[in-house]
Design a protein around this ligand. Structure first.
Ligand SMILES: *Cc1c(COP(=O)(O)O)cnc(C)c1O
Length: 381
């Protein structure tokens, strides 16, 4: 099945009791058994829920995976991957990471004896000096947040597979419509479903998808044993959002590219970070591993300063100043004080995240209206 058909149909079957075409919201905590241990596959709602099952089947199909597990947030999904590791294990991660990922690594798991290395993965060979017998996981995010760096997933997987190290990819920025890391050799895909997959800024949720039976069993065990499960109503909302994932992403990519080009040619702009621009350092890798370049981009001003960046952010009328991304509406953000405040300033600046950087999540509004909004905000500095 092609992507659009999977987005509309995968995981969803007419409800057996009524024929309802939409999977109902099974708002129940438990299921009645005919005799002790004799049930219909459902015992307790932390363990199994039919609305969540439908969503998990849909998510697996979208990422070309065999198994998917949904969690109460993207971070709960990341937490689950880390809990499969043991004290003394080492993790290699990209240095330009979502702030919350950095925070859970360093402030939650480091004290349990996991060791993290954050490195520039522009060229995958830079990983090699950090590999040793304790290396158990490579954690990638591509495109990265907020500098839109591109990491060559297939190349990293080749290096890792030779040493039997697992590779996990946070695919939130690309969405399954633009990039399928399992097809490129990754062992697990993680999503903040909150973003493009749900797509309407009304749900917080996470997911893990894998083809690896052993890892799937660990995720399933932890989903139940730890209990960070999503609520059935939220699963329903995400199932509805997924039906238009391909259409939303097509519009997002069109707008993203138009706005990146507009900014690249604007006299008030310093630098534009967008993998769809030919000048992007890993544009060729992005063109190879992604089916489009998405709607996330960052930029600095020519007259670069924090007060000027703040002035622009305050002047937008359409772009809403808010954390998060991937919804139908366009958002703008200031990573240094918002999404990435949990990364120490010195560390941020060492890899190029300057305090004056502005990040946009381009939505599906009319591109001309969005450009007019950018233009009027830029005239204020
Ligand atoms: C938002 C986000 C997360 C965290 O997900 P939540 O759903 O907010 O817990 C992880 N990675 C990336 C790239 C994100 O944008």
């Amino acid at each position: 099945m092609k992507f659009a058909t999977k987005a509309v149909h995968a995981g969803v079957h007419p409800d057996p009791s009524t024929g309802a075409i939409m999977t109902p919201i099974y708002q129940t905590s438990t299921y009645v058994q005919a005799s002790p241990g004799q049930h219909k596959g459902y015992e307790y709602a932390r363990t199994q829920n039919p609305t969540r099952d439908a969503l998990q089947a849909s998510l697996a199909a979208l990422e070309n995976g065999r198994f998917a597990y949904a969690f109460a947030s993207g971070l709960a999904a990341i937490d689950t991957v880390l809990k499969t590791l043991n004290p003394g294990d080492e993790v290699i991660a990209a240095n330009d990471l979502y702030g919350g990922t950095y925070r859970i690594f360093m402030r939650v798991f480091a004290k349990f004896g996991l060791k993290f290395h954050f490195i520039d993965m522009h060229s995958p060979a830079s990983i090699e000096p950090y590999l040793n017998a304790n290396t158990k996981l490579i954690w990638l995010e591509t495109p990265t947040n907020p500098l839109l760096n591109i990491i060559d997933i297939a190349e990293v997987c080749r290096l890792a597979q030779a040493r039997q190290i697992r590779v996990a990819v946070d695919n939130t920025f690309a969405s399954p419509y633009l990039q399928n890391p399992l097809d490129l050799g990754a062992d697990v895909v993680m999503h903040s479903v909150t973003k493009y997959i749900a797509g309407h800024s009304d749900v917080v949720m996470g997911a893990l998808i894998t083809n690896h039976e052993g890892w799937a069993q660990e995720f399933k065990f932890l989903q139940n044993a730890v209990g960070a499960v999503p609520a059935p109503q939220d699963c329903f909302l995400v199932l509805r959002g997924i039906k238009t994932l391909h259409l939303r992403l097509q519009a997002t990519c069109q707008n993203g590219l138009a706005i990146a080009q507009f900014l690249a040619n604007h006299p008030k702009i310093g630098r534009v970070y967008y993998p769809g621009l030919p000048g992007h350092p890993n544009h060729a890798v992005a063109a190879r591993q992604m089916r489009g370049f998405g709607g996330m981009l960052s930029f600095t001003l020519k007259n670069d300063s924090v007060p000027n960046a703040v002035k622009v952010l305050e002047s937008f009328q359409l772009f809403a100043l808010a954390e998060s991304l991937g919804g139908v509406e366009s958002l703008c953000g200031h990573p240094a004080t918002m999404t990435h405040a949990s990364i120490p300033k010195a560390e941020r600046e060492a890899y190029g995240l300057v305090d004056s950087l502005i990040r946009l999540s381009v939505g599906i509004e009319d591109a001309e209206d969005l450009m007019a909004d950018l233009d009027q905000a830029l005239t204020k500095v």
